[in-house]
Design a protein around this ligand. Structure first.
Ligand SMILES: O=C(O)[C@H]1NCC[C@@H]1O
Length: 347
């Protein structure tokens, strides 16, 4: 076997959403901060992301995370989330996978019954509190980035669909939240392809028609995802985040629920200290709550806390034969949906 450019990974999932953690390999991403590293990948050199995420080394239904030493003294570990379209600033399920992996593999020492880690992300510092027992990271609580609603009840005209009402909010990345009741559909696996197609069109329309920028963090702009929001038959919150270039988050979505909590708080539908259960399309769950309030660049924000479970399921090493023509991979819309650049205005 003549593998070069080898990369080691630990495979994990958080409430059903796969988050591979790249723990070793011969790669370098320039940048003094995690935000500048993310922007380097998105604006300068996308080859590492394509090598890892696209086929034949990757597959559509997962996230891949690059692990780095922290770039700031108050953090223990740093990471960047790679998806099918670009690198993203923050992720709840991937933070749970990362914490579970670094503690259960010994990359960072596990302390029982509780280990506290500070995660250095392009969206800022995130505190992870891991409940640990007998070498298992049983549950991770994340004090997410300050989250806020920027626009409520925005009416947008979506080609081929008509008017859709959306809320725009930040939960670590920017979301377009869509009340699924507008489409008389439930958030169930059989509706996944329809939800992806509608959510993708809404995503492109929002990025075409609205300017979305973080009030304090330069470079955090544009929608990362859309998320359908609703309630299940037990009255629990339920959501389906639509991930580029065309799939649904298998977890309840930590950043999406942080954005949703901000909208609910803005609407007086939840108070600080109230706890809720947030379900996913496969009925997995996060516990969610608001722990406090903060002002961000003059914008009133909530402090969300998301908790969930992660499990390691594999070790993985990939590389490439020097004669392999697919160094930067490929994707086909049968599995990847409408593989495209979501920041484009192309309809
Ligand atoms: O939980 C979350 O926030 C993530 N799940 C996949 C997409 C989002 O980054």
């Amino acid at each position: 076997m003549r593998l070069t450019k080898t990369v080691k990974m630990i495979e994990a999932h958080a409430e059903g959403e796969v988050g591979r953690i790249v723990t070793g390999g011969d790669f370098h991403v320039p940048g003094d901060t995690m935000l500048s590293k993310m922007n380097y990948i998105n604006d300068q050199d996308d080859s590492l992301r394509r090598f890892l995420v696209f086929e034949p080394r990757g597959y559509a239904q997962m996230s891949t995370n690059l692990l780095f030493p922290p770039t700031r003294p108050d953090a223990d570990v740093a990471f960047i989330i790679l998806q099918g379209d670009k690198a993203h600033a923050m992720s709840g399920s991937n933070s749970i996978c990362l914490t579970t992996v670094v503690l259960e593999t010994g990359i960072i020492e596990m302390k029982e019954p509780t280990t506290i880690l500070h995660l250095d992300t392009p969206a800022g510092l995130v505190k992870a509190t891991a409940q640990c027992k007998s070498g298992k990271c049983e549950r991770v609580s994340l004090d997410m980035n300050p989250s806020f609603a920027t626009d409520l009840d925005v009416k947008i005209d979506v080609d081929g669909i008509g008017q859709v009402i959306v809320d725009i909010a930040f939960g670590g990345v920017f979301y377009g939240l869509i009340d699924v009741a507008q489409f008389n559909m439930d958030i169930v696996p059989n509706n996944a392809r329809q939800l992806v197609e509608i959510g993708t069109k809404v995503h492109r329309t929002i990025n075409r028609d609205l300017v979305i920028k973080h009030p304090e963090i330069d470079g955090l702009e544009g929608l990362s995802y859309t998320m359908f929001t609703g309630f299940n038959s037990d009255g629990e919150m339920q959501g389906a985040t639509i991930l580029p270039p065309g799939r649904i988050d298998r977890s309840p979505c930590g950043t999406g629920n942080s954005a949703r909590l901000a909208v609910m708080y803005a609407r007086g539908q939840i108070e600080v200290g109230e706890k809720r259960t947030a379900r996913s399309i496969i009925n997995s769950y996060f516990d969610v709550e608001i722990t406090g309030l903060k002002s961000i660049g003059g914008v009133s924000a909530i402090l969300p806390r998301i908790s969930g479970r992660g499990w390691v399921f594999g070790k993985h090493e990939i590389g490439i034969d020097p004669n392999d023509p697919y160094l930067e991979g490929y994707s086909v819309s049968d599995c990847w949906g409408d593989a495209f650049d979501l920041m484009s205005n192309v309809d």
